[in-house]
Design a protein around this ligand. Sequence first.
Ligand SMILES: [Zn+2]
Length: 277
Amino acid sequence: MLEEDLHRESIVPELPDVEVYKHHLEAHGLRKVIDRVELRSADRMLGDTDASSLHRRLEGHTLTDTARHGKYLFAHIGGDGWLVLHFGMTGYVAYGENSEADPEHNVLVLFYKDGSHLAFNCRRKLGAIALTESPGAFVEKKGLGPDATSLSENHFSGLLKERGGTVKGFLMNQELLAGLGNIYSDEVLFQAGIHPKTRLDSLDASQRKALYRAMQKVIKAAIKAEAEPERMPDDFLTPQRGQRNAKCPFCGGPPKRISASGRHAWYCPCRQPEPQS
Ligand SMILES: [Zn+2]
């Protein structure tokens, strides 16, 4: 297995990761004729899309454009419609000049006429492959909230004001806000100095503003770092995840782990005081 594949297998893709895959697709997968499509043990990832439609819509055609909404990646098929990929817990996109590098868990491989290929690798098969008429139609059908990078500060503040629950749960709820998962919601809260269990109705205007700004800052920095933790800014908590002697970049103390909204939230009390209940 390639080193990159080993690395990617340990990452649960969120918006910045998917944006990196979108760049891969743009750099290597567009405007080349797809000769052949292989689906491998991908049945349960297809949902109501049937395999023969995928072959028919892709083979002999080119991908002409890309789009992303939250954690979903879209590729416009020259002939008709869009291919949709969702990466689940373990997915990534890899490009190869030839078919030698062909890891075990490729579930969808596009073989191009020029001999190169683009593969969707998904070890745990919790992702999805679909066809849609347009990204907008797909987003509506799935009931996804606005993409975390495209909504305004006012829109974001409005969403926060309208509901209860914890801020961590809100940030990860794809129907309210599309794109963030466990890792980046923790980083946004760390950068904003807000405890994961803080209730939405207790946030004041300055905290809502801090949260929005932190979200934009974190996503931008993570995309710039190509979603590689070791390339992220020094004041980020994300690179410390999974480290044996994890240290908060501000106080040097160990970050704390708690259960919040059904997931483990990681935070540091030096910046994120426990909410008064
Ligand atoms: Zn700290």
